[in-house]
Design a protein around this ligand. Structure first.
Ligand code: FAD
Length: 512
């Protein structure tokens, strides 16, 4: 293969978008390396990737685990396939609140202010319900719609009715930047089809002669010539090792794999690289630090009517976005009705999830060994910061109200978790949060962008490495902290922003 202008590592929510946007310029050659398989035709795509009614947890997964506060090992799914985690996720298509991006701007990233990212959010979507509004788009690659009332499952109809009964306002569009309340979730699905970035972006782009997608290519490390990234070393499906040289390397392997790849390449905290005998290219203490996510805890209920629970139905359809009492962070809590829980054939369970959307605490990701096949050690450290615990416990308290008052309560035979016999006062709820808060599957922040004066920031606001040439990072890892929303749309927005900068001002990123 001739040396491409650009080599992108990881074809997920962000990498697929960047590959698509850069290759719009027919004179720019792009190679997209992906560890997982590729399914170029919908007809040959496995059902777990089509089926947006539930996540795909195992068939196209990396097998990560993490240790939350209690120290148990819990699985931490991440997509390993062209389309990345956008190809396996729940398809909730939510934007953060404007304040999230304004706060990023204040942290040394002024070009990420809300009014600057809004055009990218609009460009990525085809909102089938509100595409004509000024804060929406109607012609982008990712189709978004909300379940109308007549398509809602009984649990979700009850959830919206109960929200009204409990005094929350109705919210017709959770992506209206100023709104809050309960409503039908915006989702990037059409019927059952999950509109991943493989489908929305890469399907129409893959015929371009200047774009090469190389699946089953597991990148071990980025190669350096001094401080200049010059290529990558990767493993083919048959175990053979190859290298490719490229003009510019763009790392888009996600918040859990991108820091690992950097560390295996010799960029990271020196003590960790020394511990495993990895030759140092340059110290970056921020790599793997600042892990930010959405801690969550569910109330699990046994339904009165077994016929209500069908694991083949959409797992989620509705959302309540609101602000914790006394909090200065707007919309820092979510309550989500889940149609079912547990395993098919088991007791007829459904759940209501309490989710903390603005997290103060931070976790950490560390190398496990010098072998790129070994997955890193992940410590989320949920609810070690009291500001998080207090608000998640409050959210649990609000969630439990749904089990006592209003239409959801009428569907419930008994509560399976938390055990109502424990009293469930504030002290008990706080303990439960500290022990059982689990990931909302939205890790980010592990290679954060920011001003060079911040020693923990690794890349500048355009994704360019501060201290290395011809190296860009662009995925969930560069977010300074998790936005108050499920992260897929924000990752695609990052792809749109950095993809557009690369397309229109390539030289700014280094010479090819
Ligand atoms: C089960 C699940 C449910 C979720 N539900 C939602 C939801 O409903 N709504 C929402 O907004 N968000 C959801 N998320 C989160 C969201 O999907 C992610 O935040 C987002 O997709 C991350 O994008 P990314 O580009 O950073 O990484 P990814 O999309 O994960 O892409 C990284 C890509 O890099 C590849 N890669 C990694 N390492 C290597 C390597 N060494 N060599 C080559 N390739 C490599 C991976 O295989 C992958 O394709 C969910 C995530 C999961 C896992």
């Amino acid at each position: 293969m001739e040396k491409p202008d650009v080599l992108i590592i990881g074809a997920g929510s962000t990498g697929a978008v960047i590959a698509t946007r850069i290759s719009e310029d027919p004179n720019r050659t792009v190679v997209l390396l992906e560890a997982g398989p590729d399914y170029p035709e919908l007809i040959n795509t496995p059902f777990d990737l089509i089926n947006s009614h539930n996540n795909s947890y195992t068939q196209h997964d990396w097998g990560f685990t993490y240790a939350p506060t209690s120290g148990r090992d819990v699985s931490f799914p991440r997509g390993r396939v062209v389309g990345g985690s956008s190809a396996v996720n729940t398809t909730i298509a939510l934007r953060g609140v404007p304040e999230d991006y304004d706060e990023w701007a204040d942290l040394g990233c002024p070009d990420w202010k809300w009014h600057k990212v809004l055009p990218a959010f609009n460009r990525l979507e085809r909102d089938l319900d509100f595409g004509d509004r000024p804060y929406h788009g109607d012609a982008g690659p990712i189709s978004i719609r909300r379940y109308p009332a007549n398509e809602l499952e009984v649990q979700h109809q009850a959830f919206l009715a109960a929200s009204t009964q409990l005094g929350y306002p109705n919210c017709e569009d959770a992506n209206n930047p100023n709104d809050w309340g309960a409503g039908s979730h915006p989702m990037n699905k059409l019927g059952r089809l999950r509109v991943s970035t493989a489908i929305g972006y890469l399907a129409p782009a893959r015929i371009r002669p200047n774009l090469t997608i190389k699946p089953n290519s597991f990148v071990h490390r980025i190669l350096f010539d001094g401080k200049r990234a010059s290529g990558v070393e990767y493993e083919n499906a048959d175990g053979s090792i190859e290298t490719i040289q490229a003009g510019l390397i763009i790392l888009c392997a996600g918040a859990l794999k991108s820091p690992q790849i950097l560390m295996h390449s010799g960029i990271g905290p020196t003590d960790q690289l020394n511990q495993f005998g990895i030759e140092l290219v340059g110290e970056e203490p921020g790599v793997g630090q600042n892990l930010s996510d959405h801690p969550a805890l569910s109330v699990v209920c046994e339904a009165k009517d077994r016929g209500l629970i069908d694991h083949d139905k959409p797992i989620i359809q509705t959302i309540l976005r609101y602000t914790a009492e006394g909090s200065s962070k707007r919309n820092d809590l979510q309550i989500e009705q889940l149609s079912f829980a547990g395993k098919p054939g088991g007791p007829p369970l459904f759940a209501i999830a309490a989710v903390l959307e603005y997290q103060f605490g931070r976790g950490e990701l560390r190398l496990n060994s010098a072998d790129p096949h070994d997955l890193p050690i992940i410590e989320n450290r949920f609810c070690e910061d009291d500001r998080d615990t207090i608000r998640l416990a409050a959210c649990m308290r609000d969630t439990l109200r749904f089990t006592r008052e209003g239409e959801v309560a009428e569907l419930i035979a008994s509560i399976s978790f938390p055990d109502p016999k424990r009293g469930l006062d504030d002290e008990v709820l706080t303990k439960l949060c500290k022990k059982f808060a689990a990931s909302g599957y939205h890790p980010c922040g592990t290679i954060k962008m920011g001003d060079k004066s911040d020693p923990m920031s690794v890349v500048d606001q355009y994704g360019r490495a501060h201290r290395f040439d011809n190296l860009v990072v662009a995925d969930a890892s560069i977010m300074p902290f998790v936005p108050r929303a499920n992260t897929n749309l924000t990752c695609i927005m990052i792809g749109e922003m950095i993809g557009e900068w690369l397309r229109t001002d390539f030289d700014y990123y280094g010479s090819a």
